[in-house]
Design a protein around this ligand. Structure first.
Ligand SMILES: [Zn+2]
Ligand SMILES: [Zn+2]
Length: 393
């Protein structure tokens, strides 16, 4: 079962945070992206299914590495690890899609432990609801690492999933051979709930370019599977460090087995050039993801800088007579906590789609903001700088 409780309370208790907003004020936020609060689920309820829409603005990359022109990305909500009836899940493949639609996801993969039947069964619902669906499987080494593969072709046939051998003697299921078959079929492979650490098979996978991603958060493992309790939840902060050090794509997935819980949704944000499976896979290979869970955003610094360029707006507002404010605006659905460097101001909590004004004693040319719930490492926050030449009325 998901181990996270309400992210809002967790945020208030987070280390180094000095939040000024009262609980009463917190309560008025109508939309919380990572933590949804209304009751009922499509898979188990009888009422109308209402999609919990909470859009992100499009992201503009004005200086992409390999393109002459600027690029625009859609921010898609993904969950690339969940189970249905073909393994140990209790929800049908079609209901997994309906549920994902309800909870605001744009792209999912159903990753049963052995069978691949969920994909074909879920396709009609995915088409009808415009949810992108990737073929998926959970497999891996016998009694050791679990690996998720998504996006492989229809002709991939798993052999002894979860029973891959570390020794070549059993050549039929030698992990290197099986892994190469899987990626050869177009599979994007990441390390699920990385509970046994970076052993030789994973280091080999990284070296060969076969292991491209890792879960930093898994919604079902709770305090087990070698998670660490920090930042108010159980997760894999050490895997976040590995992702940075080995340039792996960062995931937060539900690993849902039962019907989705109403709180603590794990989301992998994907910055994709368009809303297609091909664009999602291109983004996964390029590492353009951000893990969203427990009211935290965790990602590679370059990806977070890209996201924040569109997500937040920081301006100087000068009033005739000498007063000045720093005006902060959050264009997205995730609560953000901004610590304004070089000022005695308390951190500003920007709820979803909120604006805030912070009084300034002088008019700076540049604002430097430390985002207290946006992480580039488990103990390192994202910092953004903003030129304040535009004085806005
Ligand atoms: Zn697993
Ligand atoms: Zn799983």
């Amino acid at each position: 079962m998901p181990a996270t409780s309400g992210g809002r309370a967790d945020t208030e208790g987070r280390q180094g945070n000095h939040l000024v907003t009262s609980r009463a004020a917190l309560a008025v936020w109508a939309v919380l992206f990572c933590v949804v609060t209304s009751s009922g689920s499509a898979a188990r309820g009888r009422g109308p299914v209402v999609r919990r829409e909470a859009p992100f603005p499009a992201v503009f990359d004005s200086a992409p590495a390999r393109h002459a022109a600027s690029v625009q990305y859609e921010v898609l909500r993904g969950d690339f690890h969940m189970h249905a009836l073909h393994s140990d899940g209790s929800v049908s493949p079609a209901d997994r899609v309906l549920e994902a639609w309800e909870y605001g996801y744009d792209v999912i993969a159903i990753t049963d432990h052995a069978g691949l039947g969920a994909y074909e069964e879920a396709v009609p619902m995915a088409r009808a609801l415009d949810v992108l669906l990737l073929r998926g499987i959970e497999t891996g080494l016998s009694e050791q690492e679990h690996l998720i593969a998504v996006g492989f072709s229809a002709d991939y046939e798993p052999r002894n999933p979860h029973q891959w051998s570390e020794t070549e003697g059993q050549s039929e299921v030698f992990y290197r051979k099986q892994w190469q078959r899987l990626t050869g079929a177009g599979g994007f492979v990441f390390y699920a709930h990385p509970h046994v650490g970076l052993r030789e098979p994973m280091l080999w996978g990284i070296d060969q370019g076969l292991l491209e991603g890792i879960e930093v958060y898994n919604g079902v493992v709770g305090s087990e599977w070698n998670t660490v309790e920090s930042h108010g939840t159980y997760w894999y902060p050490f895997a976040f460090d590995w992702a940075v050090e080995y340039n792996l794509t960062i995931f937060a997935n539900s690993d849902a087995h039962e019907a989705r819980a109403d709180t603590g949704q794990a989301v992998t944000l994907v910055l994709a050039t368009d809303r297609s499976r091909e664009a999602v896979l291109e983004a996964l290979h390029a590492g353009r993801t951000i893990a969203c869970f427990n009211n935290m955003l965790c990602g590679h610094e370059w990806a977070l800088q890209l996201l924040m360029t569109s997500l937040i707006d920081v301006r100087l507002v000068a009033v005739d007579g000498g007063r000045a404010f720093l005006r902060l605006e959050n264009h997205g659905p995730v609560e953000l906590t901004a610590e304004i460097a070089g000022t005695p101001l308390e951190p500003v909590i920007l709820g979803p789609y909120q604006k805030a004004l912070a009084s300034l004693r002088r008019m700076p040319d540049i604002a430097t903001i430390n985002w207290k719930n946006v992480y580039t490492r488990p103990t390192q926050n994202l910092t953004t700088t903003h030129t304040l030449s535009d004085v806005t009325p």
